[in-house]
Design a protein around this ligand. Structure first.
Ligand code: P6P
Length: 390
C-alpha cells in the first residue's frame, strides 16, 4: 500500500507516525517528513525490518546538518568583508585539497606518472617526490588566484612567494602542500597543512608578515589523504572536521566541534631515535611504557598529519623532540608545528616545545624547526615535567 509523506516545515527530516503519538501500531503508518520540500513515498515494505520506533527513526532519519558542506559552512561564518575574504581563501584551499586527494587516489593507476621521486631536493635538502611538486603548484596557484593573499610560504620553496594577483589581499598563507610524502609509494596516509595570518596592511607585501608568532594565526587546518579524505579546520573558534564525499565532490561536515580528550592511552614518537634522546625524554618514554592502568600503546605512522589526526580524535600525545641528532627537532615551526598546535589548542589540547607553548614562538626564519609535543593537555604537561625536571 502506498503511503504519501506529508511535507511539514521542519529543520530536520524525521520519521513521524500519523494518527498515534506513540510508536508503530497496526493502524499507524510511518511517513518520512522532510523540511527541504522533498517528497518521498515510503511503503512499509521499503522500511527496514525493526521492532522499535527509535531504530526505525534512526534507520531513516537523515540529519540535514550532515549535508552542510565546506562551502555553506564558511559562507555562514562570513560576517563582514574581512571574514568573507577569509571564506574565499579557505574555499580555494578546499578546492586544492580535493584536487590533491584526487591525485593521491590515482597515484598507483597513473602508471608511475605521479608516483616516485622528482629527482630534485627541497630547501631542507630532502628528496622531492613528483606529487610534492604537483601539490605545491596546486596550492600556490589556488591561493594566488583567490586574490586574498599578500604573501605565501611553502615548504617546497626557499623564498617568500609574493602574490602577484592580489592587490587587495588581506592574508598570509603558510603551508606544507604535501606532508609525509616519503610514504607516498607505499599508500600510507599523507596530508596538506596550512595556517593563515592577517597581513599588516591590505594589499601590501611585507616579509615580516610571514614571521608572526603562532598565536596570531586567524585560521589553520589540514587535509588527510587516507582511507577517507578529511579536512580539519578552525577559523579561531571551534575545530570542525569535514569528509570528502566524492559522489558530491564536496567536503561534508562530519565532525562538528572536535575536542581532544584531556588524557589518552597512546603515545606517538619515533623510538628509532631513542639513542639520541636526552635523559628527560628517555625517562618519560620509560615511564609511559610501565603505566598499567590502563597500559599505554605506541602508535607511530611517520606522517605528521596522520599521527596528529589520531591524537586529536583519540587523545594521547605526538612528539618529535629535539635530540643530539636534530638539536631543534625535525618539524618546521611555521607551516607544520604552528597550524597543528593552533588546531590542538582550539580543540582543548596543548602543544609545547618541551618547555614553552609552541604558539608563543616568534619565528626568526620561515623554514626554522622546532621540537614539538602535542595532544591531550594533561599528557603534554606530564612530558614538560619530565623534560624540565631532569
Ligand atoms: P621520521 C614526514 O617526512 C615528516 O616530515 C612528518 O610528516 C613526520 O611526522 C616526520 O617527518 C617523520 O620523521 O624521522 O620519524 O621519519
Amino acid at each position: 500500500m502506498k503511503i504519501k509523506a506529508r511535507i511539514v516545515p521542519s529543520r530536520r527530516p524525521r520519521l513521524a507516525w500519523s494518527g498515534t503519538t506513540g510508536g508503530p501500531s497496526r493502524c499507524s503508518q510511518p511517513r518520512v517528513v522532510y523540511g527541504s520540500g522533498v517528497t518521498s513515498l515510503v511503503t512499509r515494505e521499503m522500511l527496514p525490518k525493526t521492532s522499535s520506533r527509535n531504530q526505525l527513526e534512526d534507520a531513516l532519519d537523515v540529519d540535514v546538518e550532515d549535508l552542510q558542506t565546506l562551502g555553506t559552512f564558511i559562507i555562514n561564518t562570513a560576517k563582514d568583508e574581512d571574514t568573507s575574504d577569509l571564506s574565499i581563501l579557505i574555499q580555494s584551499i578546499g578546492t586544492s585539497c580535493k584536487y590533491i586527494a584526487n591525485c593521491v587516489r590515482k597515484l598507483g593507476l597513473a602508471n608511475g606518472k605521479l608516483g616516485g621521486k622528482a629527482g630534485t631536493e627541497n630547501v631542507q635538502g630532502e628528496e622531492q617526490m613528483k606529487l610534492d611538486l604537483v601539490a605545491h603548484e596546486v596550492f600556490s596557484r589556488g591561493l594566488d588566484r583567490s586574490g586574498r593573499c599578500t604573501v605565501m610560504v611553502s615548504e617546497e620553496v626557499e623564498e617568500l612567494i609574493p602574490c602577484a594577483s592580489s592587490p587587495h589581499g588581506r592574508y598570509v598563507c603558510v603551508f606544507d602542500p604535501l606532508d609525509g610524502s616519503s610514504n607516498i609509494d607505499c599508500s600510507v596516509s599523507i596530508g596538506s597543512i596550512f595556517g593563515i595570518y592577517k597581513a599588516t596592511e591590505r594589499g601590501v607585501f611585507n616579509p615580516k608578515d610571514a614571521l608572526q608568532p603562532g598565536k596570531d594565526m586567524v585560521a589553520a587546518g589540514y587535509a588527510l589523504y587516507g582511507s577517507a579524505c578529511n579536512l580539519v579546520l578552525t577559523i579561531g573558534g571551534c575545530v570542525y572536521g569535514f569528509t570528502l564525499d566524492s559522489s558530491l565532490g564536496e567536503f561534508v561536515l562530519t565532525h562538528p566541534k572536535i575536542r581532544v580528550p584531556p588524557s589518552g592511552n597512546i603515545y606517538s614518537i619515533n623510538e628509532g631515535n631513542s639513542k639520541f634522546w636526552d635523559a628527560g625524554m628517555a625517562n618519560y618514554v620509560n615511564h609511559v611504557k610501565n603505566i598499567q592502568d590502563p597500559p599505554r600503546s605506541l602508535r607511530y605512522i611517520g606522517s605528521m598529519v596522520a599521527d596528529v589526526h589520531r591524537t586529536l580524535l583519540y587523545g594521547g600525545t605526538f612528539s618529535y623532540p629535539s635530540d643530539s641528532k636534530s638539536k631543534d627537532g625535525k618539524l618546521r615551526t611555521l607551516y607544520e608545528c604552528f597550524p597543528m598546535a593552533y588546531i590542538m589548542e582550539k580543540a582543548g589540547g596543548a602543544a609545547s616545545d618541551g618547555k614553552n607553548r609552541i604558539l608563543d614562538i616568534t619565528p626568526h626564519h620561515i623554514h626554522q624547526r622546532s621540537p614539538i609535543h602535542m595532544g591531550s593537555a594533561e599528557d603534554v604537561k606530564e612530558i614538560e615535567r619530565f623534560l624540565t625536571e631532569q
